[in-house]
Design a protein around this ligand. Structure first.
Ligand SMILES: Cc1ncc(COP(=O)(O)O)c(C=O)c1O
Length: 427
């Protein structure tokens, strides 16, 4: 950490004065707290991996690696980020649809612990590359289960009529680009086991994300283990079960946090004596609540009865899908916390109607040009999920703090960054 300030001075205003805006601010102690809470609650036969897609900043990845996390990566770029962050390749799981031969070869050359194949044909491509290297690569097969709980990406709210307390329903699903359908698993596993240079270790099933009620996840994971049991009974060598990610965070001030203690107890009671080694690949839960996106109001206007606040940021800094947009209502305006609010559409600087951060957010009636807006819970799928090159506005900076010690962990960069690797030719 490069600079110490008093705790009172660690205000959004002082951070912005020092580092400019827009920026992402991360609280490193919160990340450690979430990792420790979850890790301590897990039974012995579980291993916690950090899903770098949530936030691949090297400081954050390294913090979790030093804390004891393994890694989950879904591209060669993330694999390199994980290596630079200090993760051991043997402790990495390489997931994701559409891996190129170049990526599969890199996984082999770096000696990655487990590659999750999405189909028998991907397994065959890996087998050929492994044979060329005289290797036998441990793999999991990703399966698209027949039933799932359908809770992905809900931004729930207990007071606003959200679903956190609804009973759990398991629903049959349509097609998916991920994995192979459960009903074909036997045949595909059979085919894969004939390959001499891949070593089938188990299965990977990841169905839902941002789940707040631990019973939902438990139910889905019970279903996964029932599938593993069936495949094992059919003679397939299933020793590892990878549940993917899925633990959620409340994107508001009213929903309860995911109960890691009760979840850990339920996991122990349900899975501790099963014959599997379990992998979790958590992203959102570990880093989301540690991150705040800070932006500044540039303009306020009315259009056909709607109030708009235009900020010096936008979807090139923080892009949330329509299902997740309401998460950006979880915000504060420093100094105006007690003001009456007016529904306001928060929009960015890009010359496109797509650039809406959130519609009808409860913003202070006395919001003024120059006010800062702090969107909470942006540590996961924030910086990494944005449309950074749209309209060539500078990147947001990333700043981290541990208590009152503050440091930049990614510079904003310069305009020259947009032209790196470009070639201007006249033909
Ligand atoms: C394969 C895989 N693993 C893990 C994760 C992380 O999920 P979460 O952020 O819900 O923990 C994802 C997210 O998309 C994923 O695709």
């Amino acid at each position: 950490m490069t600079r110490a300030v008093s705790l009172e001075a660690l205000s959004a205003a002082s951070i912005v004065q020092e580092y400019g805006s827009p920026l992402y601010l991360y609280d490193l102690e919160k990340i450690e707290d979430r990792f420790d809470r979850l890790n301590a609650s897990l039974p012995q036969n579980f291993r916690l991996h950090y899903a770098l897609k949530a936030n691949s900043n090297l400081t954050i990845g390294n913090l979790l690696a030093r804390r004891g996390a393994a890694a989950e990566v879904s591209s060669l770029g993330e694999l390199i980020a994980a290596l630079k962050s200090g993760y051991s390749p043997q402790e990495m799981v390489f997931t994701g649809p559409g891996k190129t031969n170049h990526e599969l070869a890199a996984a082999l050359d770096y000696n990655i612990g487990l590659v999750v194949v999405e189909s028998a044909s991907e397994a065959r491509r890996l087998d050929i590359l492994a044979a060329e290297r005289d290797r036998k690569q441990p793999i999991l097969l990703r399966i698209n289960p027949e039933y799932r709980t359908l809770n992905s990406c809900d931004v729930s709210c207990a007071i606003g009529g959200g679903d956190t307390l609804k009973p759990i329903a398991m629903n049959s699903q349509g097609g998916s680009k991920f994995g192979i359908d459960e009903k074909h698993a036997d045949a595909e596993l059979e085919a894969i086991q004939h390959l001499a240079h891949v070593d089938l270790k188990g299965i990977h099933i990841f169905t839902e994300s941002n789940v707040l009620n631990y019973q939902h996840l438990l139910n889905a994971w019970r279903n996964t283990v029932a599938i593993a049991d069936r495949l094992r009974a059919h003679g397939h060598p299933i020793a590892v079960v990878d549940f993917g990610g899925g633990i959620g965070v409340p994107y508001n001030a009213v929903d309860p946090h995911f109960d890691t203690v009760a979840f850990g107890q339920a996991l122990a009671a349900t899975f501790a004596h099963t014959p599997y080694h379990y992998i979790l690949e958590m992203g959102r839960y570990l880093v989301c609540e540690a991150g705040t996106y800070i932006t500044e109001v540039l303009d306020i206007k009315q259009s056909r009865g709607q109030r708009f606040a235009i900020v010096n940021g936008g979807v090139h800094n923080i892009y949330r899908t329509p299902a997740m947009q309401t998460a950006s209502q979880f915000l504060t305006v420093p100094g105006k916390e007690t003001s009456a609010t007016v529904p306001t559409t928060l929009a960015g600087q890009l010359p496109t109607p797509l650039d809406i951060i959130v519609r009808d957010a409860p913003l202070p009636a006395d919001l003024a040009i120059g006010d800062l807006i702090l969107i909470q819970n942006c540590g996961a799928y924030g910086y990494n999920h944005s449309l950074t090159n749209f309209a060539l506005h500078p990147y947001p900076a990333e700043v981290a703090h541990r208590g009152d010690r503050v440091a930049v962990i990614r510079d904003r960069g310069t305009y020259d960054d947009f032209f790196l690797h470009q070639k201007l030719i006249t033909v």
